[in-house]
Write a protein that binds this ligand. Sequence first.
Ligand SMILES: Nc1nc2c(c(=O)[nH]1)N[C@H]1C(S)=C(S)[C@@H](COP(=O)(O)O)O[C@H]1N2
Ligand SMILES: [Mo]
Length: 313
Amino acid sequence: MLIRRPADIAPSEITSPALYKRRRDFLRASGLLAIGGAALLSEDALAAKLAGVVQGAPAFRVSDTPTKFKDITTYNNYYEFGVNKDEPAENAGALKTRPWTVTVDGMCAKPRTFAIEDILKLAPIEERIYRMRCVEGWSMVIPWDGFPLSKLLAQVEPLGSAKFVEFTTALDRKAMNGVRYEILDWPYREGLRLDEAMHPLTLLTVGLYGQDLLNQNGAPVRIVVPWKYGFKSAKSIVHIRLTDTMPSTAWNKAAANEYGFYSNVNPDVDHPRWSQATERRIGEFAKRKTLLFNGYADQVGSLYAGMDLKKNF
Ligand SMILES: Nc1nc2c(c(=O)[nH]1)N[C@H]1C(S)=C(S)[C@@H](COP(=O)(O)O)O[C@H]1N2
Ligand SMILES: [Mo]
């Protein structure tokens, strides 16, 4: 199999200002740009609009039919707002997402606190379709709006000694009705190895279906790591820290034998309580075979060359 290394992906494939401009023009013309009201459009209207939206880098596209907007925004995991899939859509509206800042610090030359407005200005938002899967054995195809997290990290100039990135997400005890229960060690934390975080597939994500993220999907800014199980993709991020030590993560603390640091999608590595060989795509009935690295093996396989993926699950 041809392993496509990050270095082989031309920068022009990652961010094309022309594509960006066309897409923004399209969105503006269709009245889709950053208006919450678009959530009220019918699925058909959303699909029609999406069909006209320029998609991003060919290397990252999947041709699969996107999951319905309604499913993406009502079938969620966001435990701060309840443990049931329908609770985040009901409860997450209580979180105020403006003003919002993200502090990026730790082992870097230029630590800085970014206002969300400055993050939005950092890079053109591209339209790409990613598959996103969750450890529960289900998956969705989500047209995320995002750009490589590496663009934000480059701003703070990581030191050569930095090896990992830790993400800490919002903890608002008033707005988040779920944090009364110590199900997880709040605030929710996640982590990536620095090379994973710098990979162009790791997206800082601000929207989906051509509009701003709804709170249940992690507004105003979350990451998307499409080759890993869903819980690695931390929502509503407030702090990103560069470190030389593997960060401890909320799910790993809760059950270390079930949720490893890597959590790469891998049909050959079972969760201790269930097989991970198949998944049900939301909106479909028959199960699908789960693909190694969620189908992105050509792009990310080289990150794990020589590693025992059964040990490093
Ligand atoms: N802060 C926070 N981020 C989180 C979670 C959470 O409970 N809290 N759940 C994770 C899990 S388990 C999944 S499957 C994905 C779900 O993202 P989605 O609802 O946008 O599909 O978010 C991840 N990010
Ligand atoms: Mo998940």
